[in-house]
Design a protein around this ligand. Structure first.
Ligand SMILES: CC/C=C\C/C=C\C[C@@H](O)/C=C/C=C/C=C\[C@@H](O)CCCC(=O)O
Ligand SMILES: [Zn+2]
Length: 613
């Protein structure tokens, strides 16, 4: 495909010549046709003289009119759509009259989305918990906003927005913005903090809310809303902790929306309204760390944003780093370090499986010239990125030195979009005149940013909690069932996080002795796994059942794969099943039967995992 733009390889837009300042959305939600119809009015800032055209990103969008608004008059303008790139989108060219001046320019585009818009998911009433009403939600990261609205779909451009949404009157509409006005069947929103297009978000369904704190509510379908309020009751403590670390919270509201199970990610940091998967509802708050992660994005990602997705680690590595600090402040340093070490086990797994054929995607800064962001997505920017930051923190003198730098960095680049060199420059600027300046020369940037595989240096973490799980994984991998029954070590009490980590480490053992039905049953009995409704536990147990080739338990594995379409869970399960000849045809048949219920990003990647594409 090549690089589509000079600033962003995944976008046709030309932010050096023209940028979006504000977008006014006017949509009617048509559930019968599964389309959004309406218009967007972009206020652009023209930066170049004699600009003759505006290039925007679209994906399967039907444009019906483009109009220039100036001095109270409306001038229709020519437009055409060209240069399709599969799984990325097309270029929308808006032709400008000769002599277009620098400065403000208002253009309205009338359009409708395709009924298979990649950034939208439409659910029938039967697919919801309540079974009475339809539901629709969006997921725009990384480059799906272009399937929802013609726009400069690049994180190098930030704009404010307002929206007027017409929707069935019995449903509630929510957006990544503050609700401005609510009437029967019409809701208006305002987002006054500039955001990149990937943070545009909308959800409409039969939703109710419960308060979590003064400026915080949790939204969900009625059947689960009380359980959600209980599961996420620590949200305001997390917000306060993150804000102590990172600076003032500028988004005014922090609401959570617990999504239907087909939501493809653990969480999505949509401003004012984080989307989270219902697979976090473990009943004991043990998976609520994802909320700390999404809260951290209020600074890292949403305020200081990667300029394009090649520098995605600036969003995610920083966010995992802050998330771990929030968890550390709430649960202690041992938990913080355990979390970081546990992340490294997940990274190891990702390199061994998902990225085995594309090791170049294990670099911290990737080349997206010939790869869509969805295909490049992995745990590398998260885990390698946060490990790099922890390495830097240790090198420069620990949290007491590095946390003030972090605050300074966030303040310096708030409301901006940056690349890795901007971060490097900020680090140099901050430390160059201090007694730490010699440390700057010790950082091997090339090695950290460009080498493949695991982080080149593993910082010294507290291993107290991790040593327990390491030893358990060793025992379970090396011992026969008879030996295990006699081993009292396996009966020691471990926390739910240790259980999850232990199962992950066991999966990483390539040679598990006697991995058969009896061993799986002993594992289930020892740790009470049959009763567990913790999705992270179920996921890892299912992978071990697949490794044990227990064909009679295939139904429960398929049931898990159909219970949610969070890619973190269903992609590895499908990949494992694809490598098991007896199970593969069943997995493929199942996938084909449920793929229409998945978001495009999910079905597209699983198709690849199953070798169908
Ligand atoms: C180097 C990678 C380059 C680009 C990838 C950027 C975006 C990829 C796209 O697929 C969207 C990702 C959205 C992620 C949202 C939330 C995650 O934090 C969830 C992590 C996984 C999970 O917990 O389910
Ligand atoms: Zn994130």
């Amino acid at each position: 495909m090549g690089r589509l733009g000079t600033v962003d390889p995944s976008s046709y837009s030309e932010p050096d010549l023209i940028t979006t300042e504000h977008s006014a959305l006017n949509w009617t939600v048509d559930f019968a046709a599964t389309k959004l119809r309406g218009s967007v009015l972009h206020r652009f800032n023209v930066l170049s003289t004699n600009l003759d055209k505006i290039l925007l990103d679209v994906r399967d969008i039907n444009v019906t009119n483009a109009t220039l608004l100036a001095d109270g008059s409306e001038l229709p303008i020519n437009y055409f759509i060209s240069d399709p790139v599969s799984d990325i989108g097309q270029k929308l060219t808006l032709e400008l009259p000769a002599g277009t001046a620098k400065g403000n320019l208002n253009v309205r585009i009338d359009y409708e989305t395709a009924n298979n818009a990649s950034g939208l998911q439409w659910l029938t009433p039967e697919q919801t918990l309540g079974k009475q009403h339809p539901y629709m939600f969006s997921q725009c990261q990384a480059i799906h906003a272009r399937s929802v609205v013609p726009c400069q779909d690049t994180p190098s451009v930030k704009f404010t927005y307002d929206a007027v949404i017409q929707h069935p009157k019995e449903l509630t509409a929510l957006m990544s913005a503050i609700i401005d006005k609510k009437q029967e069947g019409q809701t208006s929103f305002k987002q006054e903090v500039p955001i990149p297009a990937y943070l545009l978000a909308i959800a409409i369904g039969k939703l109710v809310s419960r308060p979590l704190g003064p400026n915080s509510n949790v939204w969900a379908e009625e059947a689960i809303v009380d359980a959600c309020a209980e599961e996420f009751s620590e949200t305001t403590t997390m917000l306060k902790t993150a804000s102590d670390l990172c600076g003032p919270y500028v988004w005014k509201q922090y609401d959570l929306l617990v999504m239907p199970p087909s939501f493809p990610f653990g969480g999505m940091e949509n401003p004012c309204l984080t989307f989270v998967t219902p697979t976090l509802l473990a009943g004991d708050k043990s998976l609520a760390d994802v909320v700390a992660h999404e809260i951290a994005h209020s600074w890292t990602g949403n305020l200081v944003t990667n300029k394009n997705f090649e520098h995605f680690w600036l969003n995610e590595g920083f966010t995992v780093f802050v998330e771990a600090k929030v968890v550390g402040r709430m649960q202690g340093q041992k938990e913080l370090d355990f979390k970081m070490l546990s992340n490294l086990t997940d990274l190891q797994e990702c390199l061994r499986t998902q990225l085995a054929g594309t090791p170049e995607l294990s670099k911290l800064v990737v080349d997206l010239s010939n790869c869509g962001p969805d295909d490049a997505f992995s745990s590398v920017p998260y885990m390698k990125g946060s490990t790099f930051l922890r390495y830097l923190e240790d090198l420069f003198g620990g949290p007491s030195v590095f946390e003030p730098f972090l605050r300074d960095y966030l303040k310096k680049f708030a409301y901006k979009s940056i690349v890795t060199d901007d971060f490097k420059g900020a680090l140099y600027d901050y430390f160059k005149d201090t007694d730490k300046k010699d440390k700057l020369g010790e950082v091997d940037w090339e090695l950290w940013l460009k080498s493949e595989g695991m982080p080149p240096i593993i910082p010294k973490f507290d291993e107290t909690l991790s040593n327990v799980t390491k030893e358990l994984a060793r025992i379970w991998s090396k011992s026969t069932v008879a030996e295990l029954i006699d081993n009292n070590n396996i009966k020691q009490k471990i926390s739910i996080h240790q259980l999850i980590d232990f199962l992950g480490k066991l999966i990483e053992h390539q040679d598990i002795v006697d991995l058969n039905e009896r061993k799986i049953e002993l594992l289930e009995d020892t740790y009470n796994l049959k009763q567990s409704k913790n999705a992270e536990v179920r996921f890892r147990l299912n992978r071990l059942i697949i490794r044990a080739r227990l064909i009679k338990r295939l139904d429960e594995i398929i049931e898990f794969a159909n219970s949610n379409f969070r890619m973190k869970f269903c992609r590895p399960i499908y990949r494992d099943l694809a490598a098991w000849p007896e199970a593969k045809p069943i997995a493929v048949r199942n996938f084909v039967s449920v793929r229409d219920q998945m978001m495009a990003v999910c079905s597209h990647t699983i198709e690849k995992d199953l070798g169908l594409k």
